[in-house]
Design a protein around this ligand. Structure first.
Ligand code: SAM
Length: 225
């Protein structure tokens, strides 16, 4: 993808979508449309807007990142998201992923996103509001404990690396529901895995791709150093 200094963000967005389709990571119409609609430049710090459509993670401060578009495409495609679903995201960050989720599940769906760092939660919430996704509920807290108040969830998406799927999140997933997360060690590569809950205490796990994420810090994740 070009750095696009002579292109409008709309054109850069179209080119990013074409690139992700060509790479084989974007397939389903619902996911493609979401990528076409959500303005990524509105979810990155102002000084990084010119890089918004490069396929790379970008810093959002406090040692955290917005993931690369190709990684987000893999994550969203792997979860078979559908209109009307209730989705819990752990790790709001910039809010970009939550906006894509809100586009995919539509008005009949529900997206709640939990972020542990208050200043980042505020950044994500502000970005969601200004781009018209104020219906996404952002909660400050430890997402490894889930969000019992609105469980069960059709889908749960963890956007930070975890040693394993946190038990409270598995408990809050409805039977037939899916949870995706980068599983592995913080200082090494992780694997994006999706677990389908097939019984009260039974899951089927599928591995997708190697990845590298910031740590999921919390009671059922990594401990703070
Ligand atoms: N989904 C985000 C986006 O669209 O920009 C990117 C998320 S970033 C890779 C991971 C985020 O997870 C960070 O903002 C980090 O603070 C957050 N995080 C880490 N541990 C968490 C926890 N236990 N609960 C909630 N958020 C957590």
């Amino acid at each position: 993808m070009s750095s696009g200094i002579f292109l409008t963000f709309e054109v850069e967005r179209e080119k990013m979508v074409e690139f992700l389709i060509r790479c084989g990571v974007l397939h389903r119409a619902e996911v493609i449309e979401a990528f076409e609609r959500v303005p990524r430049e509105e979810f990155v710090p102002t000084n990084l807007r010119k890089y918004a459509y490069q396929d790379t993670p970008l810093s959002i401060g406090h040692g955290q990142t917005i993931s690369a578009p190709s990684m987000i495409a893999i994550m969203l495609e792997s979860l078979d998201l559908e209109k009307g679903q209730k989705v819990l995201e752990i790790g709001t960050g910039s809010g970009y992923n939550a906006a894509l989720l809100a586009e995919i599940v539509g008005k009949a769906g529900r997206v709640i996103s939990i972020e542990r760092i208050p200043a980042i939660a505020e950044f994500g919430k502000k970005n969601l509001k200004k781009t018209g996704y104020g219906n996404v509920k952002v909660v400050v807290g430890d997402g490894t404990c889930g969000y019992e108040e609105e469980a069960p969830w059709d889908r749960i998406l963890i956007t930070a690396c975890s040693p394993s799927f946190p038990q409270p999140l598995l408990d809050q997933l409805r039977i037939g529901g899916k949870i995706g997360a980068p599983i592995g060690h913080v200082y090494s590569f992780q694997v994006w895995k999706v677990a389908k809950k097939v019984g009260e205490s039974e899951v089927r796990i599928r591995d997708f791709t190697q990845c590298s994420f910031v740590p999921l810090v919390g009671m059922y994740g990594w401990k703070e150093e």
